[in-house]
Design a binder for this molecule. Sequence first.
Ligand code: PLP
Length: 458
Amino acid sequence: MFVNMMSMRKAAQEPPVTVHQIPNTLSLDAFWMPFTANRQFKAEPRLIASAEGMHYTTVDGRKVIDGSAGLWCVNAGHGRREIADAVQRQLMALDYAPSFQIGHPIAFDFAERLAAIAPAGLDRVFFTNSGSESVDTALKIALAHHRAAGQPTRTRLIGRERGYHGVGFGGMSVGGMVNNRRAFATHLPGVDHISHTHDLARNAFSKGQPAHGAEFADDVERLVALHGSETIAAVIVEPVAGSTGVLIPPQGYLQRLRALCDKHGILLIFDEVITGFGRLGAPFATNYFGVTPDLITSAKGITNGVVPMGAVFASRKVHDALMTGPTSQIELFHGYTYSAHPVACAAGIATLEIYQKEGLLTRGAALTDYWQDAMHSLRGLPNVIDIRAIGLVAGIELSSRPDAAGARGYHVMVDCFNHGLVLRNSGDALALSPPLIVERTQIDEMVMILGDALKRVA
Ligand code: PLP
């Protein structure tokens, strides 16, 4: 399949600035796109040429508002000069240096700055390159912790139905979205899942945290009774599940989960790959909900999506248990060639400076009522069966077409794109999570485009 870039460019009033010269006839064949219906996409591509602030510009020159902050990562908005400049300066000063048995100052500086904004007590930072790597790293740290702490039988990892924890074998195994699992016959042994918290019958159209369902946490007791607590290393959950259609924890649920993990000596991991860095109007969901896990996974917003990076935050308890044995011994046989990549660290520091200067890690708190009301104004439109919103994230669930689960959500997503809005669909659930710089008028614009799409798409 080919796209004629010349005619696309002619349609654009002003050709977008691109650094790399794209050929006039662009073949779409070689790039096997991730999490995409490749043949469908290539027959009718949606191509972005540039981005600035809240907007993308398509290759044919249309402005499209970014309702999903890229993939939940561009929290400070697109095209931030400060980050680009920091990256360029770092590239000229130190393009790469390893972090195995050698160090570079910017990695230590960035880790200290992250520790300073991390939830209290979670101030030991292990760098990765993505959310998936953060998840696998946290799971491995949990296992290593128990072994070092004299409990080597604790090897079982517990995830949650409808959870998304990336695509590594660890994250896939504890994840609970069937399409991400069933094509890959094998997954980690010794993994189990607690039930999800989605309860439309009792909680549809809740504002903020739904009232019903704290007792879903008690499912941990079922698995303890089944397997024995002495076999369980960790429970991992997203405080707010994003990729499965924005599932907000019921009131009291996370507190109960924490209490049960404490009772049974199980480590609690919060996967904050989406909720970290201001999504809920607090630096982390941990701060927002007032429940502290033993490990936090993060990525995405850590560099504003500009350079791939992730980080795992570990409590002193978890970290210190591994800092034993001879000092010449490597404490954790784990790491990536690009852990603490200097260019990613530079992007991360510049990103944190923007977050701090512009108050973005808490900006969502002031906007959340407006956001809630705007999202809930879509209630009553065709096929809308639930709306849930918290901080600056929202899920709008549509009823499925008979025998075509996900088709309606996909068509609404495409309609929105064609009319100027990028949002995500997970099956028939639509997710919105704009950059944290979003203005009220832009929230109105998103709701208008989405509302019209819902009226148009049967
Ligand atoms: N964990 C959660 C909660 C996520 O939402 C994601 C991605 O959306 C991941 C992990 C995986 O992150 P990545 O795609 O950077 O590997």
